[in-house]
Design a protein around this ligand. Structure first.
Ligand code: GDP
Length: 174
C-alpha cells in the first residue's frame, strides 16, 4: 500500500479548501468555518494500486502552532499551488511559493519531483473579473517545470478530479 502526501498551498481565499473538498467528496461547499489546518485522509485506488492519501490544507490562518512552510515543503510528496484568476495578489503569492519550492537548500534536503507540482488558476467562472491571464499562468508553470490548468472548484467537478489524479499519478510513477 502506497502512502502519498499532498499539500495544497496558496493565499487565503484562493480556493484551497473548495478544491480539496471537491476532490474528496465531489461536492462544492461555498463557505467553511475552517480556522484550523486540516489533514484529510482518503483511501483510493489509482491505476489498480491501493493507496492511502493525506492532503494537507493549511486553511490560510496565521501560523502559530502550525507546520511552517518549510515543514510543509518537506512533508509533502507533491503540491497543488492555487491562485485565484480574479486576484493578482494571489498569483504573486503562488509565484513566491513556486520559487520557494525550487530553493536549492530544500531541493537538496528532499528532491521534489518537478512535475509533481500542479499550478492551478482557480475561479475560472469569474473570468469576467479576470486579473491574471491564462498565458501568465502557463508561462509561470513552464518556467518552473510544473503542470498547469485553470478551472473552477465551484463549477467543474471532473476537471478537479483529473488535476488531482495527474499529480498523484506523477508521484507514483517517479
Ligand atoms: P482557501 O482560504 O484558499 O481555503 O479558500 P476557500 O476554499 O475557503 O474559498 C474562499 C472563497 O472562495 C469561498 O467563499 C469559496 O466559496 C469561494 N470559491 C472557491 N472556489 C471558487 C470558485 O471556483 N469559484 C467561485 N466563484 N468561488 C470560489
Amino acid at each position: 500500500m502506497s502512502e502519498l502526501k499532498l499539500a495544497v498551498l496558496g493565499s487565503r481565499g484562493a480556493g484551497k479548501s473548495a478544491l480539496t473538498v471537491r476532490f474528496l467528496t465531489r461536492r462544492f461547499i461555498g463557505e467553511y468555518a475552517s480556522n484550523s489546518e486540516c489533514i484529510y485522509t482518503k483511501h483510493l485506488c489509482l491505476d489498480g494500486r491501493q493507496m492511502n492519501l493525506e492532503i494537507y490544507d493549511p486553511c490560510s490562518q496565521p501560523r502559530q502552532g502550525k507546520l511552517s512552510l518549510t515543514d510543509e515543503l518537506h512533508w509533502a510528496d507533491g503540491f497543488v499551488i492555487v491562485y485565484d484568476i480574479s486576484d493578482r495578489a494571489s498569483f504573486a503569492f503562488a509565484k513566491a511559493l513556486l520559487y520557494r519550492l525550487r530553493d536549492s537548500h530544500l531541493a537538496a534536503c528532499k528532491r521534489v519531483v518537478e512535475s509533481a507540482v500542479f499550478l492551478v488558476g482557480n475561479k475560472q467562472d469569474l473570468c469576467h473579473m479576470r486579473e491574471v491571464g491564462w498565458d501568465e499562468g502557463q508561462k509561470l508553470a513552464m518556467d518552473n517545470k510544473c503542470q498547469f490548468c485553470e478551472l473552477s472548484a465551484a463549477e467543474h467537478c471532473q476537471e478537479v478530479v483529473t488535476m488531482f489524479t495527474k499529480v498523484l499519478r506523477t508521484i507514483t510513477t517517479n
